[in-house]
Design a binder for this molecule. Structure first.
Ligand code: GTP
Ligand code: MG
Length: 235
């Protein structure tokens, strides 16, 4: 069974579209799945929409009260997942559900133990009208993380792992947005790989990527470098 974990904050208009896309991608090849939305009390109709969807699809929504944050929502979702394999993706349809079978196929065959959906490998792409600023804003963080992670797009937010390979929650100190990077750095992954994806721009709802989150990313990066240095000294 595969658990698709999706952090959501005010994504009501995207939930049905994402559910249909996931179902089309997974039911076609006969894959058994659950779709788990981890919602931070959006109060935008998300709960009601999920209740309707759950009559037709294996969808669940978990509403957190009094807590906000993409990274902690992802960790919470993984801890509640029932599947052996966990796929994390955004709700805004930026990540193509059609890439999921290839991602989980690599885990199942043993070819890879950490699979990223990647914009920056051959065959991957972003929308052509991204401004130079937006492109730099996406590429520079990946370059800053290069010594921590050999992959081209650790910030894509779209990844798949075996649930048992998740590092223990008490070792994680999630701040902000980039939980895949922390899971990679603190886990014991030896065969990471990337599946090319086309990253679409969101059509509904608003981006939650604020300047504050970008500054959080810098704090997060400093902590991860400190962790790596400590580990290097201990081993
Ligand atoms: N549970 C939860 N989910 C969040 C939170 N912030 C963002 N998300 C979700 O995380 C995913 C990514 O957020 P986006 O706002 O699309 O951020 P982004 O993809 O980096 O930025 P854009 O490219 O501008 O869309 C979406 O599914 C959001 O709904 C949060 O505080 N809590
Ligand atoms: Mg987005």
């Amino acid at each position: 069974m595969i658990s698709i974990v999706v952090p959501t904050y005010r994504e009501a208009d995207n939930l049905a579209l994402l559910t249909q896309a996931v179902d089309e991608a997974l039911s076609g090849p006969g894959l058994d799945y659950e779709l788990l939305f981890i919602d931070d009390d959006s109060r935008d109709g998300s709960e009601e929409i999920c209740a309707e969807l759950s009559a037709r699809f294996p969808v669940r929504i978990v509403v957190r009260n009094g807590e906000r944050g993409l990274a902690t929502a992802v960790i919470h979702g993984i801890s509640m997942a029932a599947g052996d394999i966990v796929v994390v993706m955004d709700a805004d349809l930026s990540h193509p559900a059609s890439a999921i079978p290839e991602m989980i196929g690599r885990l199942q065959s043993g070819e890879s133990d950490f699979v990223l959906g990647s914009r920056y490998v051959e065959g991957g792409s972003i929308h052509d009208d991204w401004s130079a600023f937006r492109q730099l804003n996406s590429i520079i963080p990946s370059l800053m993380a290069k010594p921590l992670c050999p992959l081209e797009d650790p910030m894509s937010g779209f990844f798949a792992i075996r649930r048992t390979e998740m590092p223990p929650a008490d070792q994680l100190s999630p701040v902000g947005y980039k939980i895949a990077l922390e899971i990679f750095v603190k886990g014991r992954f030896s065969q990471p790989s990337e599946v090319p994806i086309h990253f679409s721009d969101r059509q509904h709802g608003e981006s939650k990527l604020s300047l504050k989150e970008q500054l959080n990313f810098l704090r997060h990066l400093v902590r991860l470098y400190a962790y790596k240095l400590r580990l290097g000294r201990e081993t």
